[in-house]
Design a protein around this ligand. Structure first.
Ligand SMILES: C[S@@+](CC[C@H](N)C(=O)[O-])C[C@H]1O[C@@H](n2cnc3c(N)ncnc32)[C@H](O)[C@@H]1O
Length: 204
């Protein structure tokens, strides 16, 4: 095993909690922004107590919705950006949609709106589960920050079969993280051409 591999084995961060640097959150936000539409609801599925993605998107959408200035939000506030974080009691795998805070007059059930975009930095050991749950929620945009080595042809095929085309594939480097990092954006039912080619052959 090389030096980097040994360091990773001994890292003090065994629980998949890697906090995204602010500059990379900004880069990710800028990559996704062209695919957002007015009135979209965005979900950060695993925001951590830092809520970096949540706050960045909230700042943008607050402006879209007419306050005319980008305002910092209170901590753990709710808005048209929603969040999940397991350590705060909101499990992404239990998530059904954005709770509008109102109830159906007839049934008394909570009004739940579907989310339009899911964006974040998922736990790297749960990528398949996060992709499956994201597909189940049927947003128009799914975008994740993952390790470059974590993008496999099987995962690309899974997304394509679910109707998602890869429209952005951006490689970058985080100083303390192993290998290159990938910002990937998938859009559902678009005429755009996928920016990634692949096949599932195994050459021998
Ligand atoms: C790689 S960290 C990313 C943290 C933060 N989003 C960021 O970009 O800096 C993954 C986060 O996912 C959270 N997490 C793990 N399982 C989860 C689940 N089932 N639902 C919601 N959050 C989860 C962890 O507690 C952790 O905060």
């Amino acid at each position: 095993m090389d030096k980097t591999g040994k360091k990773i084995q001994k890292r003090d961060n065994p629980n998949d909690v890697f906090i995204t640097p602010d500059t990379l959150v900004e880069e990710h936000f800028n990559l996704v922004k062209p695919y957002l539409k007015y009135c979209d609801i965005v979900l950060d599925p695993c925001c951590h107590e830092t809520q970096k993605y949540y706050k960045r998107f909230n700042k943008h959408l607050d402006w879209c919705y007419g306050s005319n200035e980008a305002t910092e939000q209170e901590e753990w506030c709710d808005g048209l950006v929603d969040w999940c974080e397991i350590t705060k009691g909101r499990d992404f795998f239990e998530y059904k949609g954005f709770d509008e805070g109102t109830h159906d007059r007839d049934t008394g059930e909570e009004d739940i709106a579907p989310v339009n975009a899911i964006v974040g930095n998922p736990p790297y050991s749960m990528i398949d589960a996060f992709l499956d749950k994201s597909i189940e929620l049927e947003p128009r945009v799914i975008s994740y920050l993952i390790g470059f080595a974590n993008i496999t042809t099987k995962r690309l095929e899974k997304m394509e079969k679910a109707g998602y085309k890869c429209v952005e594939f951006h490689l970058t480097k985080v100083f303390k993280w192993y290998g290159m990092s990938l910002l990937i954006v998938w859009v559902k039912d678009t005429d755009a051409k996928s920016v990634v080619g692949y096949d599932r052959k195994v050459h021998r």
